[in-house]
Design a protein around this ligand. Structure first.
Ligand SMILES: NC(=O)c1ccc[n+]([C@@H]2O[C@H](COP(=O)([O-])OP(=O)(O)OC[C@H]3O[C@@H](n4cnc5c(N)ncnc54)[C@H](O)[C@@H]3O)[C@@H](O)[C@H]2O)c1
Length: 441
């Protein structure tokens, strides 16, 4: 089944989308406020310089599947679905300028007022979560005098193409993300993307909006990281390419979902120490590596957030399950869980701790000495009796992944607030009806 699609904004995203949807056999109408771009597309020429776009546009235009107009109303009346690909540039202060989107939403809303059949509005521009539902949707309802979900539908479909390989990225994306309030709103989009390879995710609109920022911020982070580490390599006389090649070949820890689950601060005997060593070496070499230097302060900020979260409950009796930086070890060096406990004690809260790997009775050698000499106040509230530790608690902090789901399900009460620092997988979480939250999820 071929659909009729209008595309608002004939810049990079809009021109590529128009060319590719038309090449898939759909009827496409391009819309722009720029007469020059409209004239180019309408005469079969590409408004942008991008590989393969020119030929796809010329072919589709000749086959009468692609034309362009500056008449927004006519484009909506003549199409089933409108994709909005207008720019969302930065204002001087960094805030997103939504004026182009708001303008198009008013135009499309006014056109929907005149339209007899239902229309699908799809936002493709990059916008912060909440924009589609709290900015765009109300404008559409106001201008159309109609109700979203009944008379027309609103979806969000982020674009992941890269300029330079945009057509290939469009036709073979890693995945397609469709956001809607109700999956029934996505029927025409499923049809449009039915031959597109890669996983198709159907999700909530704010999730679809946020995936784009999660991705782009991560890409920026990767570039910054590679450049800073490469700079360090060069100044140490190390072959950065050889290091990168070996590093990226590890798909277990390095190029993988490992360390990418929003949870608690990092700690232990290696990461903080090694980061400090690199930051110190950078100073010796007169190098500025702001990204790497920002990681320890970022981590400390996360411990602050945990303290604020516990204090925010207004409760005084706190039990923490897990004291070492991860399950299965008694190593307490630079454990952020220990830092958290110290801060909570400093706030005058009544704290109790259970950790099966760190009970004083079992500890020997350096770790016993560490507790007795460096954190004796923590040693005094440490217990091996899980039931006893949980009994009096108003807030239970899950500090590492050693907790057993069934035992916890039995011992926790619905009136207790659970703060899960480590983001346990759903199937490992205790069954419960009370509050269950993380710091950053
Ligand atoms: N360029 C990319 O590689 C890329 C990739 C993914 C997502 N995005 C996002 O997609 C959006 C569009 O990016 P772009 O690079 O294509 O922008 P662009 O600036 O190249 O194109 C925007 C187009 O919208 C037109 N426009 C503005 N107001 C209009 C209106 N009222 N009616 C019709 N057309 C109007 C402009 O004239 C322009 O042609 C942005 O939110 C961007 O962040 C861009």
């Amino acid at each position: 089944m071929s659909l009729s699609v209008s595309i608002f904004g004939l810049g990079y995203v809009g021109s590529v989308s128009a060319a590719c949807f038309a090449s898939m056999g759909h009827k496409v109408i391009g819309v722009d406020v720029s007469r020059a771009k409209v004239e180019m597309l309408d005469s079969g020429r590409s408004p942008i310089v991008e590989a393969r776009v020119g030929e796809l546009i010329a072919e589709a235009n000749q086959a009468c599947r692609l034309h362009a107009t500056i008449n927004a109303t006519q484009a909506v009346l003549d199409s089933d679905v409108s994709f909005v690909c207008v720019g969302t540039p930065s204002l001087r202060n960094g805030k997103l300028d939504l004026s182009h989107i708001e303008h198009v939403a008013r135009e499309i809303g006014a056109a929907i007022r005149e339209k007899k059949s239902p229309h699908v509005f799809v936002l493709r521009s990059t916008v912060l979560p909440g924009t589609t539902e709290t900015v765009v949707l109300p404008i559409l309802e106001k201008e159309s005098g109609k109700q979203s979900g009944r008379d027309f539908t609103v979806c969000y479909n982020p674009e992941f193409m890269r300029e330079g390989s945009a057509v290939a990225d469009f036709l073979q994306p890693p995945y397609t993300i469709l956001g809607a309030r109700d999956s029934s709103h996505l029927t025409p989009l499923r049809e449009l993307y039915k031959n597109t390879p890669g996983t198709l995710y159907e999700t909530a609109i704010p999730v679809a909006e946020m995936v784009k920022y999660f991705s782009n911020c991560y890409h920026a982070l990767k570039v910054g990281f590679a450049n800073e580490m490469g700079t360090m390599c060069k100044h140490l006389g190390v072959d950065a390419q050889a290091v990168t090649k070996i590093f990226t070949s590890d798909t277990k820890l390095n190029i993988s979902p490992a360390y990418l689950s929003p949870g608690f601060a990092f700690g232990g005997s290696c990461l903080p120490k090694d980061l400090r060593a690199i930051a110190y070496k950078a100073k010796e070499l007169d190098l500025k590596l702001p990204l790497l230097e920002s990681l320890m302060p970022s981590n400390a900020e996360h411990v602050d957030r945990a303290v604020e979260m516990v204090l925010g409950t207004g409760k005084k009796k706190i039990s923490q399950l897990g004291l070492s930086f991860k399950a299965g070890t008694d190593d307490l060096r630079e454990s952020p869980q220990v830092q958290l406990i110290k801060r909570l004690m400093g706030e005058g809260l009544e704290v109790r701790i259970w950790d099966e790997d760190v009970s004083l009775g079992r500890l020997a050698g350096s770790n016993r000495q560490y507790i007795e000499e460096v954190i004796p106040h923590i040693g005094s509230v440490l217990s091996a009796d899980l039931e006893g530790v949980l009994r009096g608690a108003e807030v239970v902090i899950i500090g590492n992944k050693s907790v057993d789901r069934d035992t916890l399900s039995k011992l926790l009460r619905p009136d207790q607030t659970v703060i899960d620092l480590v983001h346990l997988d759903k199937d490992r979480r205790p069954d419960r009806t009370g509050v269950y939250e993380g710091i950053c999820w």
